[in-house]
Design a protein around this ligand. Structure first.
Ligand code: URA
Length: 429
């Protein structure tokens, strides 16, 4: 059936509902380049203001998935389960979680994108390991999932390819921050990856994509709904992203912290969130295993090493070290009342750890070590942050941001909880 793009745009603009066949037609015609970018831009803006009802969103996401291939993981002997994070500062959880859940007996197919802006990408972090390669063929992915159970690699061009074009349009038309558009973008790629179950780590707070808890809950329930509708057993966990996760922000620095946690040490918050997500994943995969045991007995570390080696990396190789370091100290005695994840993320980005455009290179060594946590009492002159950079000019550009990334007070403060709500119910349940 054929529809008219201007009529569909006008219907959405005026608050009408589009029928699923019209949505399928629109996205297929856009993929064939019969609907123009300017028409799709207008539709995205209409959706930004009017939203998509659950049945519209289901059709929209299904059409995005159908724009490419869907991996078939049904031949694996292990249950499949993956995790997606909406993006945080210092978020190295996948590096620990993927091998940990594989060590519990699942297959974790984490097909990932690269970082853009103030949140780092998992692939960029792993690429700081000498020799490690992000691009695998589908056969290599399946083989590694069967033998090791853990894969983190680049999502191939074939998974929901229309998302790249839609995202590029959203980026230049002020339509990124729309719950239906974010949900369909994330979920189309995750569903196309073929996982049977999925946990979503939805970040809330200063360093998150969405700062407001009510909006994050809505995003979580919307994504759970889409996943369930597509037969993927999906649960979301809201987690606090006001302050950076752990102590390290930056590619090689975060790999070092990953090894600390896999070795049984590392920051408490990284361990707490990793185990919380791992428990949900193990539950969704139907396994009766305690992830904490697999972390503490060295199984997760062994699986991590196998996973890195299988993709050409040397888990024992020296990681890059920055040529320039600078310590930021406390101007006075007091209590650290806040550390702003967004500002720490921007600092790491200015130091060279992140990219402004998707084709930019990233520095493996650059980043920030956060030496104190909210609630810590500090002396005047006590080191608060250590900045790492390969270029001294990057230190000059980062310094003004990090100097405003913390607040000091006089009274004790209680740290806000890391784990917020668990969302099992979709929007329409
Ligand atoms: N991540 C995505 O993949 N898509 C969005 O729209 C936002 C975050």
């Amino acid at each position: 059936m054929s529809f008219s793009a201007p009529e569909l745009i006008a219907a959405k603009r005026d608050g009408g509902a589009l029928n699923p066949a019209a949505i399928t037609w629109l996205l297929e015609a856009y993929a064939r380049r019969e609907v123009a970018d300017e028409q799709m831009s207008a539709m995205l803006m209409a959706i930004f203001f009017r939203g998509l009802a659950p049945d519209e969103l289901r059709a929209w996401t299904a059409a995005m998935i159908d724009s490419g291939e869907r991996l078939d993981l049904s031949g694996l002997s292990r249950p499949t389960v993956d995790k997606h994070s909406t993006g945080g500062v210092g978020d190295k959880i996948s590096l620990i979680l993927v091998p940990l859940v594989a060590a519990c007996g699942a297959a974790v197919p984490q097909l990932s994108g690269r970082g853009l802006g103030h949140t780092g990408g998992t692939l960029d972090k792993l690429e700081s390991i000498p020799g490690w390669r992000a691009n695998l063929t589908n056969e290599e992915i399946l083989d590694q999932l069967e033998t090791i159970g853990a894969v983190v690699c680049a999502a191939g061009e074939g998974l929901a390819p229309i998302d790249k074009r839609l995202y590029a349009l959203r980026d230049v038309t002020g339509t990124v921050e729309s719950i239906p558009l974010i949900s369909s973008s994330i979920m189309s790629k995750k569903i196309a990856e073929g996982t049977a179950s999925l946990v979503l780590d939805v970040k809330v707070g200063r360093g998150a994509f969405i700062k407001d808890e009510a909006q994050s809950l809505l995003l979580a329930a919307t994504m759970v709904d889409i996943g369930r509708g597509q037969g993927v057993n999906t649960v979301a966990q809201l987690s606090n992203m006001n302050a950076p996760l752990g102590r390290c922000v930056g590619n090689a620095l975060e790999v070092r912290e990953t090894l600390d946690v896999l070795g049984g040490a590392g920051p408490d918050d990284v361990r707490e969130l990793t185990l919380a997500l791992a428990r949900i994943m193990v539950e969704l995969a139907g396994l009766d295993v305690d992830p904490a045991e697999k972390l503490d007995d060295g199984s997760a570390l062994a699986t991590y090493r196998d996973m890195i080696r299988a993709q050409g990396g040397d888990p024992d190789a020296q990681l890059a070290v920055a040529t320039h370091r600078e310590t930021v100290t406390s101007p006075r005695e007091g209590v650290v009342t806040s550390i702003d994840a967004l500002k720490v993320g921007v600092t790491a980005w200015r130091l060279g750890a992140g990219r402004a455009r998707k084709e930019d290179p990233v520095s493996a060594a650059a980043g920030v070590e956060v030496l104190v946590r909210e609630g810590d009492r500090v002396e005047a002159g006590q080191p608060l942050f250590e900045l790492h950079a390969d270029d001294v000019a990057h230190l000059d550009s980062a310094r003004p941001v990090i100097e405003t990334a913390f607040t000091l007070g006089d009274d004790a403060v209680t740290r806000s909880p890391l784990l917020l709500a668990r969302v099992d119910q979709g929007l329409t349940d």
